[in-house]
Write a new protein. Structure first.
Lengths: 235, 235
DNA sequence: AAATCGGTTCGGCGGCGGCCGAAGCGTCAC
DNA sequence: GTGACGCTTCGGCCGCCGCCGAACCGATTT
């Protein structure tokens, strides 16, 4: 019953990846090129974690997604956002009904969470990324793969902010890790040093929690310190 | 159990049209923008006529195909070749394995049939289309929808070639129809007048059959007549 | 009229695969 | 340690749909 392979098999196989609503939702949710954890994608597609896991592994195996482990999360992102996005748009454009531009996501714009938040015990969101960027720009940190190197001047700078760098060095945890930030798609500072910095900023009253959520906001004094010491202007 | 509709339904629904090998083959076979009858598409996809009919009706309902009845045939073609072809290529490009350019069709190039053939009782292929084009160019015929109008000068011209135009007018069949030519994707002359012209060309020895097949070729004398009377140069 | 042919419809079969709950594993918090 | 949490694997259910043969329809031929 088997026949010689038709030259269109690849087309059909690839199309079938996009042919189920749950997977299309997932890809659409990743269309902005940012990385998101599996649970969030499951929620977006309204499927169980188990089902999402299957879809994600299938999409990864097909080479559409890249995956990055981050603690107990797994972040997925499109391997080739340009190409994939174009394809999704072309498919949507072929559909008969809709004539206006699709509402697309919006779902993920939930900006309060995006601006600043804690990620386990370090700072994330726009704030966390801005901080990491600034420290790199000032020569305090340099990125090496998934880790940061802390320069001497960086150590001095952080110490002068009141961060207990020596204590962080002695911790059994990784000292300075680059953590993929899901809302900004860039790295922020994690590890013992990130924790120490985060602790210090709360302790000094430069940032504060919004109730008991993970949402964090910068206080006026924090804003001043960051501007003076790191040249960072945070909203 | 029903949930509010996700914005990705159109993407998935459209993708599922391309997600089955048989349909992908059909669309690929039509990728050149030409129209082909259902049976040929069934053969290309290696499925039964019944299955092909389902696929074709589904693709038509989805607005991907246009259909044109022609006698007892139904010719299908892509509604928007540009768009669809781009989509197919983008999908194929996403597939991991193939690195060289796809062999695409070639299948349909079977050129002997393409050059000239009879279609029921009139001339088709490159020859038929060239003839129809020439007669339009000479002002003998003008296309009106799916039919041709024969001008007075056209009637005289055909008569002078020995075609029995009056007999054709009295026939109960349609006098001069435009028949969609599958290999050239353009119209050729059908109907009673097309039949009369075809008869005359065989009778005069301007064209002859290749054995008992539908393949037809122009003889030297035919070539000369066509060049002199219609300004047509046929290979 | 009968035969042929292109195409569609119908009924039914069979398999792929999407989905979930439960269980398992690793990471992190307390 | 214990518990919570993110994620994956496993087993099984179930529905969708691609496929065909047979019957049917309409156009064309003889």
């Amino acid at each position: 019953m088997t026949r010689s392979p038709l030259p269109d098999a690849p087309v059909a196989r690839t199309a079938s990846l996009l042919a189920v609503p749950a997977r299309a939702t997932i890809l659409l949710a990743l269309a902005d090129g940012r990385a998101r954890p599996a649970t969030e994608l499951a929620r977006a597609a309204r499927i169980s974690a188990a089902t999402a896991s299957e879809h994600l592994s299938r999409l990864s195996r097909a080479g559409l997604l890249l995956v990055e482990r981050e603690g107990r999360h797994r972040y997925f992102r499109l391997r080739d956002p340009e190409h994939l996005t174009g394809l999704l748009e072309a498919l949507a454009a072929l559909a008969p009904a809709p004539r206006g531009p699709a509402p697309h996501d919006e779902v993920f714009a939930s900006s309060a969470l995006r601006r600043g938040r804690t990620c386990y015990r370090h700072l994330a969101g726009v704030l966390g990324v801005a901080l990491a960027d600034a420290m790199v720009r000032e020569g305090w940190l340099s990125l090496d793969g998934r880790f940061y190197d802390l320069s001497d001047s960086g150590a001095r700078g952080l110490e002068s902010l009141g961060v207990d760098v020596e204590m962080a060095r002695r911790a059994r945890r990784t000292f300075a890790r680059a953590c993929l930030d899901w809302s900004e798609r860039r790295y922020h500072l994690a590890g013992a040093l990130g924790g120490a910095l985060c602790d210090r900023m709360f302790e000094a009253g430069w940032v504060e929690r919004n109730g008991d959520s993970r949402i964090t906001r910068v206080t006026p004094s924090g804003r001043r310190v960051l501007r003076q010491r790191l040249g960072v202007e945070v909203w």
